[in-house]
Design a binder for this molecule. Sequence first.
Ligand SMILES: Cc1cc2nc3c(=O)[nH]c(=O)nc-3n(C[C@H](O)[C@H](O)[C@H](O)COP(=O)(O)OP(=O)(O)OC[C@H]3O[C@@H](n4cnc5c(N)ncnc54)[C@H](O)[C@@H]3O)c2cc1C
Length: 446
Amino acid sequence: MKNTSNNPQRGQAIVLGASIGGLMVARALSNHFDSVTIIEKDKVERQPSTRKGQAHTRHLHGLLPGGLNAMLHYFPDLQDALAAHGANVCDFAKDMVWYTYGGYRQRFDMNLIGATMSRPLLEHLVRERVLATPNIELMDNTAVKSLIASDDQQRVKGVHIELAELGKSMDLHADLVVDVTGRGSRSAQWLRDLGFEAPETSEVKVNVSYATRVYKRDLNDPRSSNWMLYTPQAPQEMHFAGMFPIEGDRWIMTVGGWHGANAGNDEAAFMDFLRKLPMQEYYDIVSKSEPLSDIMTYKFPHSLRRHYEKLQRFPLGYLVLGDAVCSFNPTYGQGMTSASMQAIELDKMLGANIADEKLALTFFARIAKIIDIPWQMAVGEDFRYPATEGPKPAGVDFINKYISRVHRATLKDPVVCDAFLRVMSLLKAPTSLFHPKILWRVMWAG
Ligand SMILES: Cc1cc2nc3c(=O)[nH]c(=O)nc-3n(C[C@H](O)[C@H](O)[C@H](O)COP(=O)(O)OP(=O)(O)OC[C@H]3O[C@@H](n4cnc5c(N)ncnc54)[C@H](O)[C@@H]3O)c2cc1C
């Protein structure tokens, strides 16, 4: 996959942030730039580990089939490497025990391959592959403080960085800088400092809480290779639970809810919560399994989208991508897939030699199309709860009524189930659920 661009090599690129989004975009840029430097404020271990800037990576993470496909585009051996490290690489439809809308979804063989593993393992395997690319380097323990601009402030020419270990600051120059610093991105302020408008934002308040615990997994239990999911029939049910097999013969179990509904974070409340779930597997397995961690909690107040696609002007030599553009309610598991798809889009655009002056606005328009789908799916579901606040997409109540019927139909009908899971996995557009072939089956099932 190296150097597929028709362009001469473009000099130096800098990527801010070494999480999944930053790693994927660095790999994409390595096809078009002489050298790519990733700058990460945390110290990065060359092994699976959680970093200070990434509290969320301690919690349940699944890699959707769409995300695995996107990663395999650059790292064809990733699926085998995941399996070799003990991750659970499995058929999304066949191996998932999923209770929703009052019943268990039947399990069908659909060859929809996704993965469950600890998030640090996935990131480590991606990072090792990215850093094995000859023209990519990582500067960790280094925080980006501000942008360096041309005298007329129209072009970003690099970044001002602070090296924690050496206790010194310096300037790094580049032909392209990409901000992948996540939800806390400071691009809006940096743009204002250069005299540009900051993007409008959409916030959808969901108040989702997570409580996560890791357990030893008994491989003799026939359920040990199933990933288990309980999703609520909203609005009457407000909780969710997921228990995924991960490397090291462990389970990672996350429970939580919307709008303040949570599982409690002490042992007794946690177990009581599991006992009351309609899916008995959780309590049954957990009560016989050795806990390997404390109960860790996480709060996600709102989904956040920054509408870069609406801007009319943008500095040359600068882009923003991943959670820095859109951070989705994590219960739908879409963030890594969306960021990876955005990185591939950038690779395609650089390969098509889009003029420098048009690059940013064209890029934001294209990734808006990628983001629209998971955003509408996530926000649409969230608006089933009356307590959800924020910009509500038009027609969402009508669509939700239909999707409720789809959910029910997926419990028994393999054709509807296949169509639904492909949409959920970000492999197909949601409009495919309105194809007459599906519509008829959904109505008939209802
Ligand atoms: C609780 C939770 C569960 C989730 N579960 C899933 C899931 O199951 N599946 C899924 O696909 N997605 C999931 N996500 C989303 C997923 O984690 C993100 O979408 C993914 O990490 C991609 O984000 P990113 O790389 O854009 O940003 P981030 O992961 O936020 O990374 C930003 C990076 O930038 C660094 N950084 C920040 N500021 C600076 C600076 N000034 N200088 C240098 N470096 C800086 C940070 O240290 C960090 O490494 C979940 C998210 C949460 C919160």
